[in-house]
Every structure is written in structure tokens, then in C-alpha cells.
Ligand binder design. Structure first.
Ligand code: MET
Ligand SMILES: [Zn+2]
Ligand SMILES: [Zn+2]
Length: 420
């Protein structure tokens, strides 16, 4: 069984206590009632320089307890692995930031640049009332100019670390068809379910073509030649609803043609495809029949542009990150995040953001049953953050940052790749 909506206040209270124990100043903001956000700050010695933001989301997806071999909520260690919902996504990162800061403080490290931490809710349900709202608050503004934000990434099963500089933009769609009713024994033409299935066939043919291009060479690919999941667009049929019920969905009048049919799709648009072009495709698929329309699911927000963080010499923060990792002898593989993270809200504001969770030599298990993180991966991740935070927070004024620590992002590091 899944758990309920969870305990926002308890999670934030626990995190706030940990931050205060480390000597960080904390502030809670609640732009949406009942959905608190925790901000914690370690002031740098030069407050004129843009700061570092370490973001993590404190919510998790549900767990189907009956499908797990351990209690998903107990953080049990079995055979050197920490099992639990969120161990990879991204409770590990929440606490690794804190352990890394604790070590740096014990060591007497004083950051040159201010380090802020943000712990946000609701990432898993779209982030609109979490990071989306945080960015509109005066408290976020008061954090000052942000030079670089770090947010979640994915494990790399190999020896390198994956770093995400952009992501596919998620569109959650509802498609609705209407048509005539009639007796289920006849050949009624253009029924709502038929139209919906025709739409679904067109969408799934597009999906097949995208899937077939996976692993093949691509000129559009920013890094390497083989297309990865982040370089193609996925369309998945995730909801189907129609039928004339006798009793609120328990049984159906299977001899009556329903006049309405609805489908839901999870779409992830690669930065190689303009959202505008995908929108045109949807319009075209709808035009092939009468009485079929699509809309963005009203409880979600569909970004109309892709924003990516530059991964070349034009972005001194990229260079700083890359060099910090290389000085620790780590290889990094830049990629497009195949799903979505809160980074998209930050990049939209022009803030350079890198998706990075220090996990490697470990399968990608986010949202899966028996999600786990090996203890040694977790522990070495703290070392990685110690090195990274030390390097990034010690960066002297970078190319493009003027005396007043003015916005660097206007110069280049965040590129708008698609405009509707
Ligand atoms: C579309 S909101 C993002 C929720 C989740 N991180 C996902 O990618 O599915
Ligand atoms: Zn996540
Ligand atoms: Zn997730």
C-alpha cells in the first residue's frame, strides 16, 4: 500500500534542526499553506560574490510496500546497502550536503562565497507549489545572486559520474474524444473510443520512431554520437477512461457506446525537438478526426522552452565544476536528464544549474521497488561534496562577474534553446 500525502512539517522540522546543529542560519517559507520550504545559509566571507545554491527536494514518490523485500520507510542496511524509498531520489543528497558541510566546518573551512541550501517539497508532483513558488518569494530574492545551483542527478552504473546540463521538458496531456452513442451490437461510425484509439495509434507510432532512433548516431547530440534517452522524445499512454457505468465505475453497460473517451499521456520532449513543433504534431493528430482535442493537464505546467546550462568554456561555472571533479580524478559524462527536476525552474530564471548526485558504480533505482544505495557509495558521495563545495565556494571572482557581483547568467551560461 502507498502512504498518504506525507508529513511536510515534520520533514522540514527535522532538516531545520540538523541545519541549526551545524550552525547554519535557517528560514522557513510557506508560499503555499502546508507546504513549507527550508532555506539554510552558510555566509561567505565575500558577500559581494554570487553564491552557491545546493538544492534538494524532501518529498518522495510512494512505495508499494507489498512489493518490497524490506520496509521502504525504515532505511534498513542489508548486505552493505541502504534500502529505502528516496535513497537515490534524493534523500541521500539532502543529507550528504549536510555531512559535507559538517566536515568542512570542523576542518575550519570558511567559504568565500555564501552557500545556501534549499529543501523543497512537491518535486515529484510537478514542483509548481515547491520550487515554482519559492522562486517568486521575497525570501528567495533575498538570497542574492546565485552563481551556480546544484540539484539532483542519476546514478551512473559505470565508473564516471553523470552530470546533467539540461532536461527533457515534461508535458502531461489529456486527450478527449467525443462521438455518437448507440447500441453496442451495431457498426456505429466514429465513436469516441475509436477516435481516441486512432489518436493513440498516431502518438504511439511517433513513440516507436523515437525509440528506434535510440542508440543511433545523431548530429543533434551535444555529447557523443549515440542517442540516449534524454536525446529522444517519449510519449507514454498512462491513463484511459471511458464507459457508461451502472454504478460509479464498479460495473459498466457494455452494450452502450460511450459518448466520451479520455486518455492521459506522459510526454518528455527532448531539447532536440522544439515544444512548438511537438504542439503542431498534436494539433495535426487531432485534426485527422472530428471531435478530438488535447490540453495540458490543468494541474501541471508545461514549459514552452528548453533551457540548458552551457557545458563549454563560455560558462566559467561549468569549467569550475569540471575542474573540481577532475582534480579529484573523477570522470564526468554530461547528459540531458531524461525525466524532470526542479533545475528547470532555476534555468528558466537564467541560473546555471547542474544535476548531479554523487552516485556511480550502482544501478539506477529511483522510483523502483527495493530502491537502495550502497553504503560505500553514500559515504564516498560525502567526500565528493566536500571537494566540490570547497572548490566552488572558494572560487574567486569569475570572468563576467563584475565588482558588484552582478548577474553572470545574463552573459551566457544558460542558453534558451527553443522558443515557442
Ligand atoms: C513532471 S514533474 C517531475 C516529476 C518527476 N521528477 C518526473 O520526472 O517524473
Ligand atoms: Zn528526485
Ligand atoms: Zn523522482
Amino acid at each position: 500500500m502507498s502512504r498518504g500525502p506525507g508529513s511536510y512539517a515534520e520533514a522540514v522540522a527535522w532538516l531545520a534542526a540538523q541545519c541549526r546543529r551545524l550552525g547554519l542560519t535557517t528560514k522557513q517559507v510557506e508560499p503555499v499553506k502546508g507546504k513549507p520550504i527550508l532555506l539554510a545559509t552558510w555566509a561567505g566571507s565575500d558577500d559581494s560574490l554570487p553564491c552557491l545554491l545546493l538544492n534538494s527536494h524532501y518529498d518522495v514518490v510512494p512505495a508499494m510496500t507489498e512489493c518490497w523485500s524490506v520496509d521502504p520507510w525504515a532505511a534498513e542496511v542489508v548486505d552493505g546497502r541502504i534500502y529505502g524509498r528516496g535513497t537515490q531520489d534524493m534523500k541521500s543528497v539532502c543529507v550528504q550536503y549536510l555531512f559535507a558541510i559538517e566536515r568542512l566546518r570542523k576542518r575550519g573551512f570558511v567559504p568565500l562565497r555564501t552557500i545556501h541550501l534549499s529543501f523543497v517539497p512537491d518535486e515529484e508532483i510537478g514542483g509548481v507549489e515547491g520550487m515554482g513558488e519559492l522562486l517568486k518569494t521575497p525570501e528567495f530574492n533575498a538570497l542574492g545572486e546565485i552563481g551556480l545551483a546544484l540539484d539532483e542527478g542519476l546514478s551512473n552504473p559505470g565508473d564516471a559520474f553523470t552530470v546533467f546540463y539540461g532536461e527533457r521538458t515534461p508535458w502531461w496531456l489529456l486527450v478527449r474524444a467525443t462521438g455518437p452513442t448507440g447500441h453496442g451490437s451495431r457498426f456505429i461510425k466514429n465513436t469516441a473510443p475509436q477516435k481516441l484509439l486512432r489518436f493513440a495509434e498516431r502518438a504511439l507510432a511517433f513513440r516507436k520512431a523515437q525509440e528506434d532512433s535510440l542508440g543511433h548516431g545523431s548530429n543533434g547530440c551535444k555529447h557523443g554520437t549515440a542517442k540516449k534517452l534524454g536525446d529522444v522524445t517519449t510519449v507514454n499512454l498512462t491513463m484511459l477512461r471511458c464507459g457508461v457505468s451502472n454504478d460509479n465505475g464498479k460495473t459498466f453497460c457494455l452494450n452502450v457506446i460511450p459518448t466520451e473517451a479520455e486518455a492521459g499521456f506522459d510526454v518528455r520532449i527532448t531539447p532536440d525537438l522544439k515544444p512548438k513543433d511537438f504542439k503542431n504534431l498534436l494539433d495535426q493528430w487531432c485534426k485527422e478526426d472530428e471531435g478530438i482535442t488535447w490540453q495540458i493537464a490543468p494541474w501541471t505546467r508545461a514549459f514552452q522552452e528548453h533551457h540548458t546550462t552551457a557545458t563549454d568554456e563560455s560558462n566559467p561555472w561549468w569549467v569550475a565544476f569540471r575542474d573540481a571533479m577532475s582534480s579529484m580524478s573523477f570522470d564526468i559524462e554530461p547528459e540531458v536528464f531524461p525525466a524532470a527536476t526542479d533545475s528547470r525552474f532555476l534555468r528558466e530564471l537564467g541560473i546555471p544549474a547542474l544535476g548531479f548526485s554523487p552516485m556511480r558504480r550502482c544501478p539506477i533505482l529511483l522510483h523502483e521497488h527495493d530502491e537502495y544505495l550502497p553504503v560505500d557509495v553514500f559515504m564516498s558521495g560525502i567526500d565528493v561534496y566536500v571537494g566540490l563545495i570547497d572548490a566552488l565556494a572558494s572560487k574567486q571572482k569569475l570572468h563576467g562577474e563584475d565588482e558588484a557581483g552582478r548577474k553572470l547568467s545574463g552573459l551566457l551560461p544558460c542558453a534558451v534553446s527553443q522558443i515557442l
